[in-house]
Design a protein around this ligand. Sequence first.
Ligand SMILES: [Zn+2]
Length: 321
Amino acid sequence: MNIAKDIFTYLGRSGDSIRRGAGSSNVTVVRGARLAVIDPGVWVGNAFGAVVGQMGEEGLHLEAVSHVLLTHGHWDHMNAAGYLQRRCGACLAVSAEDRAAVEDREQFFREFDQSDHKAFQSELVPLPRSLIKLILWYSFGKQPVMTVEWVVRDGDRIDVGRILEVIGVPGHTPGHVGYLVEDCGALVTGDLFDFENSIGMDVTNFRSDVSVAMKSIERVISLGPEVAIPGHGEPIVGRKNVTARLKHALANVHHYLGLTEQLLSTKAMSLTAVTEALFPSIPLSLRSMTMLMVLNMLRFLEQHGRIERTQVAKTWSWTKK
Ligand SMILES: [Zn+2]
């Protein structure tokens, strides 16, 4: 669909059905003299093939793709990038902090094993590692060999016959960036916010940081883009609408932080118990992501001295200070 002047977004597949390529992110194409593809999404299950078909209807041909720009190094956003690199010789760009995850799939597991979240593994995903890998392979496909050619930083300018500016918006991952099409004020926001799979602000993985993500949302509010194109869910058109949506995302986080603190003021609770109290009807497909978000909120409250964790037998529980 045509979102703004020569900017096309192809909505990703919802992740609530079990099929190959489900959960693939939105794909955005910016047309200048050449084409930039931002977050090409998933290749398997013809997810990217369907996008290519729709691009053809708009006269957008892969031969013209000069840049593949990633907002961050998550599989649902990037697996088709390897195909585009081989097919078009396009320049692949991502930030320094997310580069390793793009070039080496095992990095995801290495980083998880080194993270604070590792202590909660049996609650987050009660499955053996080999089975987790098999599910990921089924959903997103084999990760192709990808070589990052442009390590982007906040303020970098990418020229495809019109200028895209790199906007550093960390929080979902440490190196998460957005891409602002300068001549029309359209900002591709990646997973800065996600109302489809999350409560708005997207801190649903083990590299997320709540306070950093809040600052990034505030930055985008002050930037005032005319259009915001998220990685999941519908694009938002009109500066007022974008601002309102972002403020809603922030308000939701504060709401759930408050609720969490309130829950823990009466008794000590495990991560699982807090998640079930906050989100009693979460579908199984979103359970691990939601638990990661709750864990990140608990860590935020802990860092601010409002709650503390204690270990009983093998399970950690949380309580108000
Ligand atoms: Zn992501």
